[in-house]
Design a protein around this ligand. Structure first.
Ligand SMILES: *Cc1c(COP(=O)(O)O)cnc(C)c1O
Length: 427
């Protein structure tokens, strides 16, 4: 078997391969731990499917209003069981993570209420949802306020100011697990649990909602295991396992889910309607595969951290840190570095490997963004992808990979491209 020859056909040099081999060998124990987490989570998902008595009748789609769509309802039961919530909303009509978060927020907030973000600025697209940046239709326009308490410089919670920020209007805490487009640390589920306990000790009825994007199945517990009232995410990220063609989920307390459903469809209709149009089957199968897919993506992230750290670039998380999401940020410090990296990821893709990614203005983002993706599902970032806002510190956010081998190829291509452009040197 000549693996070297296979890689050479992708333009990877022997030196790059040798270096990558050394890095990979140093990570055997990390990879083993990742596999054990996947094994645990695989059992969790199978158990949920068995308890919900999933059967092939659930894979049939409905049309129109979607009354009595047992595939849809049973999938929601599976999600509720797998993520240990009372109920769930899992729908193709939730068109993205941002939309699912918007539904959860606007369903549960009323005029005069206030949102608290105790972990700093939320994900870019939520700025317009909340009205941090003025936007037509924002929650701000509906009289919903917003307060933010930043993390302390060492990444820990600023408990004193969180206590001060909680007031009689505080209705919901929006806790973002993943770093998103920031260089702050991602929160462990354990840390999120401590934060929720603190918020509830100050004001017990605050709804603690966790933006769980990119976090699902990275650990053996989810925020719903440590007191979160709602967790929210996208099916074209981790829990869709690369197969869900669209969708978002909200899992948590039954009353929170009910209010969300009345916003998604209409007051009085709620969860009773919403045709699944034949996409339930890939949603089930994607959830089934998700623990393994997330493991592959995690291996890629850990590998990338160790590769680029050895070459002297700043990486978050660093090569040894424990992982709480699948995102890896690498700071190149120049637009060229970021662009070269993304070109390499694109060139490794099974789809659209022949196109060249370029920085562009994107709705919801306040600077040009470059995105590399060659995905089977448009925009799916559980598939190998990289994106970077073109602004200092010129950090790229890299994530996904339906298989570890594809993630590895992408990282090698990006490294080769940086070396060929004189922007990185092997040690
Ligand atoms: C991806 C993501 C979202 C939602 O993004 P969509 O592209 O709308 O799915 C929200 N928050 C975080 C932290 C994310 O990573």
């Amino acid at each position: 078997m000549d693996l070297l020859k296979q890689y050479k056909e992708f333009g990877i040099s022997e030196e790059v391969l040798k270096f990558a081999g050394e890095v990979e060998r140093s990570l055997l124990e990390r990879f083993e731990a990742i596999d054990r987490t996947a094994e645990y989570n695989q059992l969790k998902v199978i158990k949920a499917m068995q308890e919900a008595r999933v059967s092939d009748i659930h894979f049939a789609g409905t049309t129109g209003y979607g009354y009595n769509d047992i595939g849809r309802d049973t999938l929601e039961t599976v999600y509720a069981k797998a993520f240990h919530g009372e109920d769930a909303l899992v729908r193709p009509q939730l068109i993205s993570g941002t939309h699912a978060l918007t539904v959860a927020l606007s369903g549960n907030l009323r005029p005069g209420d206030e949102i608290l973000s105790p972990v700093g600025k939320p994900y870019d697209t939520l700025e317009e949802v909340i009205g941090i940046r003025d936007s037509v239709g924002s929650l701000k326009e509906f009289g919903i306020g917003y307060r933010q308490v930043d993390l302390l410089p060492d990444g820990s919670f600023d408990y004193e100011n969180i206590r001060k920020a909680i007031n009689s209007r505080t209705k919901l805490a929006e806790i973002q697990r993943s770093k998103g487009y920031a260089t702050r640390p991602t929160l462990s589920v354990e840390k999120i649990g401590e934060l929720i306990a603190f918020i509830k000790s100050v004001k017990p009825d605050v709804i603690c909602m966790v933006d769980n994007c990119y976090g699902e199945f990275v650990e053996t517990v989810e925020p719903t295991d440590v007191g979160a009232d709602m967790i929210v995410g996208s099916l074209i990220k981790n829990p869709g396992g690369g197969l869900a063609p669209i969708g978002g989920y909200i899992v948590g307390r039954a009353d929170c889910i009910e209010r969300s459903a009345y916003r998604l469809t209409a007051p009085g209709l709620g969860k009773e309607v919403g045709a699944s149009l034949g996409v339930s089957q890939p949603m089930y199968q994607g959830l089934f595969l998700a623990p393994t897919v997330v493991a592959g993506a995690l291996k890629g992230a850990v590998f990338a951290a160790n590769v680029y750290e050895r070459l002297g670039f700043a990486v978050v998380p660093d090569g040894r840190e424990s992982r709480h999401d699948i995102i890896q940020s690498i700071t190149f410090g120049t637009p060229e570095g970021v662009i070269r990296f993304c070109e390499g990821i694109q060139a490794a893709a099974p789809v659209d490997s022949f196109v060249t990614p370029e920085p562009w203005a994107m709705p919801g983002y306040d600077s040009d963004v470059i995105m590399a993706a060659g995905a089977f599902i448009q925009g799916a970032s559980i598939e190998l992808s990289a994106d970077a806002p073109i602004k200092p510190p010129y950090a790229v956010y890299f994530q996904g990979g339906l298989t570890w081998y594809h993630a590895k190829l992408g990282i090698l291509k990006s490294l080769q491209n940086l070396i060929d452009g004189g922007l990185a040197k092997l040690p």
